[in-house]
Design a protein around this ligand. Sequence first.
Ligand code: GTP
Ligand code: SPV
Ligand code: MN
Length: 598
Amino acid sequence: MNPLQAISSQGKLGKLQPNNPFVLDWIQKTADLVQPENIFWCDGSEEEKAYLMEQAVKQGVLIPLDQKKWPGCHYHHSNPNDVARVEQCTYICTRRQKEAGPTNNWMEPKAMRQKLQALLQGSMKGRTLFVIPYLMGPSGSRLSKVGVELTDSIYVVLNMRIMARMGKVAWDHLGNSEDFNRGTHTVLDCNPERRFISHFPEENEIISVGSGYGGNALLGKKCLALRIASYLGRDEGWLAEHMLVLCVQDPEGRKTYVAAAFPSACGKTNFAMMIPPHSYKGWKITTIGDDIAWMKPAPDGRLHAINPENGYFGVAPGTNLKSNPNAMKTIARDTIFTNVARTPDGDVWWEGKDNPPPADLIDWKGKPWDPRSGEKAAHPNSRFTSPMKNNPALAVEADDPQGVPISAIIFGGRRATTMPLVFQAFSWFHGVFVGASMGSETTAAAVGSVGQVRRDPMAMLPFCGYNMGQYFDHWMEMRRHIEILPRIFHVNWFRKDGAGRFCWPGFGENMRVLEWIIGRCHGQKDAREKSIGWVPRFDDMNLKGMEEMTRERFDEMMKIDPEEWRNELVLQNELFLKLYHELPKEMIYQRELLVARL
Ligand code: GTP
Ligand code: SPV
Ligand code: MN
């Protein structure tokens, strides 16, 4: 079949074909294999969006919401067996297993390709193959990368056009180059037995079959912007990280840029859109990105970050006008809601929304919801997909091809015990160790048990496209290329007191921690040296207006408990033993120093 002719008959839509011979050749080969009825070349335009939305509604893939309440918004529920990332079906296929390392599933590339070939053969018969050209990163940035995703899912197309810069901008960026990520995606019959999210970093290629959900299917996000990009970053001298990026503007107008890595569903979107408490007159937080940062040393000697994405794929439960007003405004229009609960008259609801559940609620599986059933109405990993430009707190720098210079890097986990609210690492090497040894409780963002503490180094355990030991080494190597190093911190919003309540109110109040952090970066805040790092004393923190935060409660939240830390060292060691062969010496020394100090 000749893709030049195999165009759908939708007037002028679906026809934005590039001249790039490498693109055409690859699409021809893929089309020969999957045998679609049509090829639809996406251009990312508004007309195209209107047409595809209409098609998706006709096919029952999307349900329009009440357009008065939710202008431009739609609802989708996924197959109940397909609601989160699946780490056990996610593979890094490098020629040598050692390259993928002990924390990734590995399969030999030829064997994986053979398996996938059989599944892809004729898989799009009678269906439309959508060609999605997309750019990750601002137009004109030396950090940006082009991807092309071929998919048979109209839902994926409509989400990708929100999440990435899609259409002509990508073809223009690519020109006649061969340097683009090849992504092939098909939902097949959505059978978990035939679900493979496979990465071929050596060929800059992704093949994902059997799932239509988020990180498994929107290939620009976790597959390209983290797994493949981290691999490319190692060779090209930059970092691809699971980090939000924000700007803090203080009352004097000084801007400080901060990147923070928290594992999935541990607070990145909330932190990136935070509104400071009332007492913070003249302070302002703006968002560069909420999930992924690409960072590279710049000629000014600093580490510069861009957000490769163009939208937010955010957790719905817990989002409300009090916890995250900016997110509520962001999702108010042109948003796709997936697996939240809805009403027959086109409203949506989730656990932790502002209002109590409306009557006649339909749960995320499409069934009438019984409040007494004890089941959640919205899936815990239900999500919104919203354009970045909807965010009232969007930073003016979000589209800057130069990126922003990072002053602080924050690591953080979800820990009911052990970890104090905040501490600062002694040095870059110690900071890398703090990130590398990080632990966090598992969440609903991935299939599996929830609430189990596991090691999640730098929040990258599910997203590092190569050997984790080498990844730590790459972080250390970066030190030689950054003249003005960001300071490194660790935070924990999730410590609980004896009564099982959170010690810290979190959300907007996290500004108080952030103020201490940027104060440290500028040499303006005091701290005490403890065994695990520099910590603020009660008087070093601005706790104005927080009557409940007494000295006793603060000390409880900051406590470094020897018994808990002994246990922590044992847990850290499990990961380090697993990575033993590739673990940089510096990590072992840092660990020894910590043990000695404790
Ligand atoms: P991914 O999109 O999966 O990468 O998640 P994320 O890191 O962006 O997490 P998000 O900001 O969506 O928050 C996940 C959950 O944690 C939500 O239910 C929030 O309500 C909750 N959360 C976020 N910040 C805080 C906080 O400071 N304190 C507490 N207690 N909960 C928080
Ligand atoms: C995460 O799990 O970290 C997410 C959602 O941001 S997904 O896109 O599904 O990976
Ligand atoms: Mn994420």
